[in-house]
Design a protein around this ligand. Structure first.
Ligand code: SF4
Length: 650
């Protein structure tokens, strides 16, 4: 807390108040319909700062070891950070954590939009949810007032319908809603949480955890604006934004063409996953690129609270057969990839329609599209036949069939829905060892569209990341090569990365790059910062500006070392959770497919990861992280990070 003087009733009062945050965590016990506000100390906020670090504090303290992910005891946390709601780009994000029903490891997902900032404006910094309500309810937090309301009438409704019903019911079009969709009610293991019907906390099945608690939605709204310690200092950082964007082609392209701008770049390099990661290049990928979307179905660009980048897409298609409603946004690069190139589909309208279906039902587009492409490969190879598919010719390139399977998944119906709604790893258990060779999962989580054959350091982080293969958990290798721009290399030098590497290297310096930038990314999932705006390399603002921003918002005299320590703390908390559940080196495994030569055309055709090189890099990574040979945070590391209170396996 910071001593501040406020004037009221004609007098000046000196009181203790925080800058940047509310100092309030809402605890909700759904079993007993109870709620309580906790006011943690400033020390707590400075140590954990927000996001999944703050969430993991409660999860590690209160979740029983061995908990069933769908049991009332599985603690679910929804956390903003000490800087969420400040007036600068890329700060309106929220993190959701719980044990994942998809992987059994810790679950973790972030999303942006307006819900996160409005959670803060409603007067709280985060929510800890326990128990299970006897009947469906939704929670409202409006200007500090908390209430449970009946949600029976919302069940089975699409996310856009729930948005409309709640805005009318609460007579307020400005409320912000985080909800699970009917996909979770149908038992889809990779169910997401949605806000605005188009922003997803997509990964690791957090929607299903919330549904298991009979909590349909969280509604927030507030009039409180966050106080900044140094408003002018923050304004100066904000004002620099447009100029920095003009000078930074990567961020500018991200705004102009959306994340789909990656498609042509990856494809040209030969590392755009095609046909379930069997090939890395496709001459039709351009048809579903961000540039093509801008020229055809893009209605407008959208943004998150206070962000100048405006990378979000809103698309509209009015012609059959694939009409798309702008309410559901537009496909991101990962979605264009999983439903597009993974499945060999270059029909942009069909991919945009698949995106809408996922958003309507609240399911993760990465796991969903990748699970369909996995099933397509199984069918093409004769591992499954018409009996398993219910008569569908499940071939790469067939948009109609892709959409039919998607519908079966989100409704958990038909021949394939009950199998594929459980994710590809469980489907492979059913379909046998040949199917397992078609998987692209790590810890049961389907891999996003960044190929480790090109980005070996990222591949290593896919393996060690506590919640499975994730592309936003470290910086990508091509940014640490000679030839990277001065801007990027300058940012990286601020966190002591000064020796750019050869392409496709997995030498010790590359492992150090992966490990160090992983910690910076972990910090961003603690401060809840958008990784297209803040980051250690290509983004709008680099490490030193991140320090300045945290200082101006909170008034804390933080250093880059202190912030890196916060990121390291989060990573070790996630990893400690997994260790308690029996996860270790045996789970830090990349799929077999990545070690087999890529087929098709392009510079990476014929290339594969090398098992020995990868195992060496893994051991070195553990050493750098101060983890045991089994990948468990060592007691000395836990002590150093102030985490000695975490119960660990003996
Ligand atoms: S860059 Fe895009 S995703 Fe990130 S905060 Fe801005 S609009 Fe949102």
């Amino acid at each position: 807390m910071t001593k501040r003087t406020i004037a009221t009733e004609g007098k000046e009062w000196s009181i203790l108040m925080p800058y940047g945050y509310n100092g309030k965590i809402l605890h909700v016990d759904l079993t007993n319909s109870r709620q309580e506000i906790e006011e943690p100390s400033q020390e707590f906020y400075r140590k954990y700062m927000g996001g999944s670090a703050m969430g993991m504090y409660y999860i590690l303290k209160d979740t029983p070891i061995g908990v069933d992910p769908l049991a009332p005891e599985n603690v679910l946390t929804v956390m903003a950070s000490v800087v969420t709601g400040s007036l600068i780009s890329g700060q309106s994000r929220v993190n959701v954590n719980a044990r994942s029903p998809l992987t059994g490891a810790i679950g973790d997902s972030q999303s942006g939009g307006f819900f996160p900032a409005n959670l803060k404006f409603a007067g709280i910094d985060g929510i800890v949810v326990t128990g299970r309500s006897p009947k469906p309810v939704y929670l409202t937090v409006i200007d500090g007032k908390v209430a449970f309301r009946d949600a029976g009438h919302l069940m089975g409704k699409l996310t856009g319908e729930v948005e409309a019903i709640l805005k009318e019911e609460l007579d307020d079009p400005k409320i912000h809603i985080l909800q699970h969709g009917p996909g979770a009610e149908n038992g889809v293991l990779f169910s997401a949480l949605m806000s605005m019907a188009n922003r997803a906390n997509g990964r690791t099945g957090m929607g299903l955890v919330m549904a298991s608690k009979n909590l349909k939605a969280i509604v927030v709204k507030g009039t409180k604006k966050m106080e900044m310690a140094d408003r002018d200092g923050l304004k100066a950082i904000m004002k620099a934004g447009p100029g920095l964007m003009k000078e930074n082609a990567d961020v500018d392209d991200c705004g102009t063409f959306g994340t789909g701008a990656c498609m042509n770049v990856h494809n040209e390099v030969g590392a755009q996953p095609f046909r379930n990661y069997n090939e890395g290049q496709w001459d039709r990928a351009v048809d579903i690129s961000g540039e093509t979307m801008s020229d055809t179905i893009l209605l407008k660009r959208d943004t998150c609270y206070a962000c100048i980048v405006r990378c979000k897409r809103v698309v509209e298609i009015t012609e059959p057969p694939y009409e798309v409603d702008p309410l559901y946004g537009g496909p991101e690069f990962e979605t264009l990839s999983t439903f597009g190139t993974y499945c060999g589909i270059n029909n942009l309208a069909a991919v945009a329609r698949a995106n809408q279906t996922c958003n309507e039902y609240g399911v993760d587009t990465i796991s969903c599209g990748a699970t369909i492409s996995f099933a397509m490969e199984c069918f093409e190879k004769g591992i499954i036949g018409l009996e398993e598919t219910g008569g569908l010719e499940l071939r790469f390139g067939d948009a109609e069939v892709m959409l039919e399977v998607l519908q079966q998944i989100v409704t958990n119906s038909g021949a394939l829905g009950p199998v594929l709604s459980q994710g590809s790893a469980r489907a492979a258990e059913k379909w046998g060892p040949e199917a397992a060779d078609c998987l692209i999962t790590v810890k049961g989580l389907e891999a996003p569209a960044h190929m480790p054959q090109w980005k070996k350091g990222l591949g290593l982080i896919y393996a060690v990341n506590p919640f499975g293969a994730d592309h936003q958990s470290c910086e990508h290798d091509p940014n640490y090569e000679e030839g990277s721009t001065d801007l990027i290399l300058g940012h990286l030098a601020e966190i002591d990365l000064k020796e750019p590497q050869q392409p496709e290297s997995l030498e010790p310096e590359k492992v150090r790059f992966a490990a160090k930038t992983q910690i910076f990314y972990s910090l961003m999932d603690t401060l809840e910062l958008c990784q297209f705006v803040w980051g250690p390399a290509w983004c709008l603002y680099g490490p030193s500006q991140t320090v300045d921003m945290v200082r101006t918002v909170t008034g804390w005299d933080v250093s880059i070392d202190e912030l890196m320590r916060v990121g390291e703390r989060r990573l070790n908390m996630l990893r400690a959770y997994n260790a308690r559940e029996g996860f270790g080196r045996k789970d830090d495994k990349l799929p077999n497919k990545f070690f087999k030569a890529l087929k098709g055309s392009g510079p990476f055709a014929g290339k594969a990861l090398d098992k020995e090189e990868y195992e060496r890099a893994l051991s070195l990574y553990y050493e750098m992280a101060d983890w045991t040979e089994d990948g468990v945070p060592a007691p000395a590391k836990m002590l150093e990070l102030g985490l000695e209170w975490v119960e660990m396996p003996s």
